[in-house]
Write a protein that binds this ligand. Structure first.
Ligand code: FES
Ligand SMILES: [Fe+2]
Length: 435
C-alpha cells in the first residue's frame, strides 16, 4: 500500500518529551508501522519447547503475515509463511498440532515441514511448466530470517539487518536469568495461552508494562481488599495470592526504588535489586535444588536479579522472576491481541509452575482481578485520544533524572517515563529508516 507520509512529518510526531496522538490513532501510521517496524525488526515467534518433536507446529503472526513455526525432521526449527504455494490457501488453520507433512486442505498438495513441495495429485498436468517439484517457487516459503537465542525464536521479514544477538544487546541478560532460574538450565512453555483482543493500539499495551504510576490507582479495587485480608496473616503464613496482589498498592518511593533501565533499540527492563515480586515467600525446596546445582553464591546471585519486566521491543514482555511472557500482536490501529504464556523451570518443584499459573490467571486473564482494569484503561486512552482536544501525549516525568551505567545503558527512577521516551526513539528510528 502506498502511504504518503514523509520522514519529516513522521519525525515531527515525536518530540523529546511528548508524542503526537496520531501515533496511536492514525490508520496510515499503523500501516507504515507494519512495514517499517514489524516488517523489519526481529519479532518473537515462540520457544523451541513448543515444537519439541519433528512434525510439531505452532501457527502465529509476524506483523500482518501468518506464519508457522515447525520442527523439521532434521531437528531444525523453521518458520514458514502460512501460504500454500499453489493458490495461496493457508496450510494450517489451527494454532498448533503435529503433522509429519502438510497437506493443503484445498487441492491436497503436500509439503515437507521445511516447506519443500513433495507431492502433487496428477502431477503430469504440470509437464513443461515452471511449477513442479524441485523448483524453489513451488515450495512454501521460509521467512527471510530466523534466529534463536537460547530457545527463544525470533524472525524478521527483512532480508538484511543486525543479527539477533547484536540486536538484543544487553537484554540477553534477562533471557539468561530466565533460563538460569531452572535447576537444569532449561525452560518449557506449558499449556495454552490466555489470548484476547484489546480495543487499543499496540503501543498503549506495551507502555502499560512499565507504567509504574498506574497500579496504585487503576488496580485499587484489587490490592485494597488484599491488604485488608492480608493483615490477618504473618508474612510467613500469607497466602501467595495476597502476597501477589498487595504490591500493586506499593508506595511511590518503593516504585521509584525499583528503577528502569533502557538498552538497545527500544528494549528495557524494570527492577533490579527489588521489584514488586521480590518479597514473595521463597519456595524452600526450589532454593535447595538450585543450591545443589549452582552452589549458594551463584544461586543467590541468580535469584537476586529481580527484573519485574523485560521488554524486547516491539513484540514481547516477560517476567523472568515469575515465568510469564506477554506477546503483542497488532491487528489494526485500535486492535491488539495480547497473549500471556507461562513456562516451567525444568527440574524445579511443581509449586513454581503453580505460582506462575496463579499470577497469570489472577493478573493477566480477561476474568482476572487486575487484567480488566488495564483493559478499561487502554480503551479509555484510545477513545480519549480521538477527541479534538490537545494533540499531544505527555512523556515528561523524570525527564532529567537519567543516569548512565557502566555498560552504557541508562537508568531512571521506576516512575519515570524513560521507557516510553526510549521506545519512541526506536519508533522514530524504524519509521524514518526507509531503506
Ligand atoms: S491452494 Fe493449496 S493445494 Fe491448491
Ligand atoms: Fe495494570
Amino acid at each position: 500500500m502506498g502511504i504518503n507520509i514523509g520522514s519529516d512529518e513522521i519525525s515531527s510526531l515525536v518530540e523529546k518529551d511528548r508524542v503526537h496522538k496520531r501515533v496511536y490513532t492514525d490508520p496510515a501510521i499503523f500501516e507504515l508501522e507494519m512495514q517499517r517496524i514489524w516488517g523489519t525488526a526481529w519479532v518473537f515467534i515462540g520457544h523451541e519447547s513448543q515444537v519439541p518433536k519433528p512434525g510439531d507446529y505452532y501457527a502465529t503472526t509476524l506483523g500482518k503475515q501468518s506464519v508457522i513455526m515447525t520442527r523439521h525432521h532434521d531437528g531444525e526449527v523453521k518458520v514458514l509463511f502460512n501460504r500454500c504455494s499453489h493458490k495461496g490457501a493457508q496450510l494450517v488453520g489451527d494454532s498448533c498440532g503435529h503433522a509429519p507433512k502438510f497437506r493443503c486442505s484445498y487441492h491436497g498438495y503436500v509439503f515437507d515441514t521445511d516447506g519443500t513441495l513433495l507431492h502433487i495429485p496428477r502431477e503430469e498436468g504440470y509437464k513443461n511448466t515452471s511449477y513442479c517439484k524441485g523448483k524453489a517457487g513451488a515450495n512454501v516459503q521460509n521467512v527471510p530470517r530466523m534466529e534463536i537465542y537460547r530457545g527463544f525464536i525470533f524472525a524478521s521479514l527483512a532480508t538484511q539487518g543486525q543479527d539477533l544477538v547484536s540486536w538484543l544487546g544487553i537484554s540477553t541478560s534477562s533471557f539468561d536469568n530466565a533460563i538460569d532460574r531452572s535447576p537444569t538450565g532449561e525452560i518449557e512453555i506449558t499449556g495454552g495461552s490466555l489470548r484476547y483482543m484489546h480495543d487499543a493500539n499496540w503501543k498503549i499495551l506495551l507502555e502499560n508494562v512499565t507504567d509504574n504510576m498506574h497500579p496504585q490507582v487503576t488496580h485499587q479495587s484489587a490490592f485494597q481488599p488484599a491488604k485488608q485480608l492480608g493483615m490477618k496473616y504473618s508474612d510467613k503464613d500469607k497466602p501467595l495470592a495476597l502476597a501477589m496482589l498487595e504490591p500493586f498498592g506499593s508506595s511511590y518511593d518503593f516504585l521509584d526504588e525499583i528503577k528502569m533501565t533502557v538498552c538497545g533499540i527500544g528494549h528495557s527492563y524494570t527492577g533490579g535489586a527489588v521489584s514488586i515480586h521480590s518479597a514473595y515467600p521463597k519456595e524452600s525446596q526450589y532454593v535447595k535444588k538450585m543450591q545443589l546445582q549452582y552452589g549458594e553464591d551463584r544461586t543467590n546471585k541468580i535469584l537476586s536479579m529481580n527484573r519485574q519486566n523485560t521488554i524486547i521491543y516491539p513484540s514481547i514482555a516477560f517476567k523472568s522472576a515469575l515465568q510469564t511472557i506477554r506477546i503483542y500482536r497488532p491487528v489494526a490501529v485500535n486492535k491488539t491481541i495480547q497473549e500471556t504464556w507461562t513456562y516451567k523451570l525444568k527440574g524445579a518443584p511443581d509449586d513454581m509452575l503453580e505460582n506462575s499459573v496463579l499470577y497469570n490467571h489472577m493478573i493477566f486473564s480477561p476474568a482476572s482481578i487486575a487484567g480488566h482494569d488495564d483493559y478499561e484503561a487502554y480503551h479509555r486512552i484510545q477513545h480519549g485520544l480521538s477527541n479534538n482536544a490537545s494533540d499531544w501525549v505527555s512523556q515528561h516525568r523524570h525527564m532529567n533524572s537519567d543516569s548512565i551505567n557502566e555498560d552504557g545503558t541508562r537508568s531512571a527512577p521506576g516512575t519515570s517515563d524513560i521507557v516510553f521516551r526510549h521506545e519512541f526513539e526506536a519508533w522514530k528510528h524504524y519509521m524514518t529508516n526507509t531503506v
